[in-house]
Write a protein that binds this ligand. Structure first.
Ligand SMILES: Cc1cc2nc3c(=O)[nH]c(=O)nc-3n(C[C@H](O)[C@H](O)[C@H](O)COP(=O)(O)OP(=O)(O)OC[C@H]3O[C@@H](n4cnc5c(N)ncnc54)[C@H](O)[C@@H]3O)c2cc1C
Length: 317
């Protein structure tokens, strides 16, 4: 468990931040700057959230050009540590009593009770899964690849990419350009991806398209060996593959709060311009309340700043 700051002594905080990605890190930094006592909890053993999944160069965050997300993550964490922000990794919320402003945090075998004035939810978003047999086993085996980072592993190999958006088609093109034999499986015959990806993918000699079809099972002992494909009109069949890249969008991590605050039909937490949810003392920032078209490191850290500034005003009356 990684920790920072003076968490052990804390029985009450102004702000309890749930989620240690860019939005939560920014909220913690701004809480520190504005003299709000705070603790940030992160369910994983390390901070950074989706930054770990960014294998491409980051060129769109002002003042910082980095080779990948891990590099920017290290800068963010170092910044937090230099300011002595308070955080606990490996912790989640077990329960929250919103009216009495008390939360129970838990780790493997440790529970902690903490009082708070405000909760800031910054739990971000995660890739959607297919929910088919064999998928969980594949994830547990660690067979999750990034097209931009791992494309060289699949030269001359068969790979399946599932999805019809930007990430699916861009991934298929990267893999195909590296010499992989790519089959793109999409449940529709209309692509959500931008034209700049659709045409090159359709014309690429290494990409086959199977449309109006779904992957219904991932098969393999010890590693992925094939998938079952079910066309909407037709019988399911087996297709050999060395890997499957599931690129069917992302889902906001709002589930733990769905009984407490208002969440829209797509799962995003409804917030006002300051990040306030349907409960007065619960706020949300970052990808958990932001549609993918706007999700970015810049917006997440901006929202983290705004919520902290807004909360600091509540102590000035
Ligand atoms: C492949 C890829 C490439 C990208 N490229 C770029 C780019 O080039 N430029 C750019 O600006 N953006 C990019 N993004 C988007 C950017 O990473 C996100 O917009 C940003 O990370 C959102 O920050 P966040 O803090 O809201 O959420 P996240 O980064 O998702 O962090 C949320 C954190 O909350 C934790 N958490 C979740 N549930 C709980 C819980 N119950 N209790 C405690 N902790 C919890 C998670 O473990 C995670 O650490 C990319 C994203 C991906 C996946």
């Amino acid at each position: 468990m990684r920790t920072g700051g003076i968490y052990n002594n804390m029985k009450k905080v102004n702000v309890l931040i749930v989620g240690g990605g860019p939005a939560g890190i920014s909220a913690a930094i701004w809480c520190k700057r504005l003299n709000l006592s705070h603790i940030m909890i992160e369910k994983e053993e390390t901070l950074g959230g989706q930054l770990d999944q960014i294998h491409n160069k980051i060129i769109d965050y002002p003042g910082i050009i980095q080779g990948n997300g891990k590099e920017i993550k290290e800068l963010f964490i170092s910044h937090m540590q230099q300011l002595n922000c308070n955080y606990l990794c490996g912790f989640q919320l077990k329960s929250v009593d919103v009216d009495n402003r008390r939360a129970i945090l838990y780790s493997n075998n440790i529970s902690k009770s903490i009082e708070f004035d405000y909760i800031v939810i910054s739990t971000g978003a995660s890739p959607r899964t297919l929910g088919v047999d064999g998928e969980l086993q594949m994830i547990r085996r660690g067979e999750l690849y990034s097209a931009s980072k791992h494309h060289h592993l699949f030269a001359d190999k068969k790979v399946v990419v599932v999805g019809g958006g930007d990430r699916a088609l861009e991934g298929a093109i990267i893999l195909a350009n590296s010499g992989a034999d790519v089959t793109l499986i999409h449940r529709s015959n209309i692509f959500r991806a931008r034209e700049e990806y659709v045409l090159p993918a359709l014309e690429h000699p290494n990409i086959d398209m199977i449309l109006d079809s779904q992957v219904t099972e991932i098969i393999g002992e010890g590693h992925v060996g094939g998938v079952m494909v079910k066309p909407f009109k037709g019988e399911a069949y087996y297709m050999e593959t060395n890997a499957i890249f599931i690129r069917i969008g992302i889902k906001p991590n709002s589930e733990p709060f769905s009984n407490t605050i208002d969440i829209n039909e797509k799962g995003y937490i409804n917030v006002d311009e300051f990040g306030k949810t349907s409960r007065n003392n619960i706020y949300a920032v970052g990808d958990v309340c932001t549609e993918p078209i706007y999700s970015s490191i810049s917006l997440a850290v901006g929202q983290g700043m705004k919520v902290a500034k807004h909360l600091s005003l509540q102590y000035q009356h």
